[in-house]
Design a protein around this ligand. Sequence first.
Ligand SMILES: O=C(O)C(=O)C[C@]1(C(=O)O)C=C[C@@H](O)C=C1
Length: 364
Amino acid sequence: MSTENELKGLRENIDAIDSQLIELISERARCAEKVADVKSKASENEVALFYRPEREAQVLRSVMERNPGPFSNEEMARLFREIMSSCLALEQPVRVAFLGPEGTFTQQAALKHFGKSAVAKPMGAIDEVFREVAAGAVNYGVVPVENSTEGVVNHTLDNFIESSVRICGEVELRIHHHLLVADTTKIKQISRVYSHAQSFAQCRKWLDANYPTVERVAVNSNADAAKRIKSEWHSAAIAGDMAQDLYDLQPIEEKIEDHPDNTTRFLIIGSESVAPSGNDKTSIVVSLRNKPGALHDLLRPFYENGIDLTRVETRPSRNAKWTYIFFVDFIGHCEDEVVKSVLDSIAANSGDLRILGSYPIAVL
Ligand SMILES: O=C(O)C(=O)C[C@]1(C(=O)O)C=C[C@@H](O)C=C1
């Protein structure tokens, strides 16, 4: 068979499969519309909850389990992520505030978690994302909480101390930094590099080895860095793919982060609690009475009940000098019997305990 004929036959196959896909995707969308009707009727006078993080996590997990290839599990789940995002938009478009400006890694995390049909709103600071969610101006917020190279984002933890918003989900993003220039940059005369302080820290060794003498100027975000170099012929920026595309920049060198597995974890914050998905994490915040063995007493029930701790962070309490607040993440949902009994025993021993939320462990 000639190449021409072989291609023609294969393309006819693709056209026929696409027709079936269109029909099936439309049928799925009609089903989501019916789900929305059921939710609206059931909620009566309360606000109906259209976005269901636990169900989305279950759908994505089961897509990955059933995936026969040749797509990777992640690729297949990304496709379904977008289908669900479109279905949710039919029910009710979800509004999401993120730590902006446009082009930040937090925006990338919001897109990864909610898909492209979410309406995303950039905010100037982490506090503003919390305020926007608390005021009900958006349904959800996305904030960074920890980086595998640089550690915790204190600003985010401190906001939880004062705000009553809840954690509804988490998303992890591999962070790749590039050294970027504009069309007008004179590459041999670069004397200044702009970036966010965290990104400088994540690329420190590479910069020391390759650009030891250039001035490093820390700005509010990588996207801000990318924007600035458009008007400075002697400056470069360290930023990611989104900022590169948004400001039409070119990389001199890609993936310059010192640790190739450089990853940031982001939290999804909202106002509602999330039902169990079958593979969940819980975050709590506890203030401890200042007495010997207090931290040991806090952690012992987890050990005794075989519950995995995934993170313990300390922040100084603003109420009293030399007293501390502990942020603890662990595997399990607050509706699990074993988790309930651990939380009861912590509450009996500690000054103050607040459950920040139980939510599905990041699928993608
Ligand atoms: O199952 C639901 O509750 C739906 O609304 C359907 C659906 C989906 O497309 O699968 C859409 C949005 C929700 O966040 C979860 C799942």
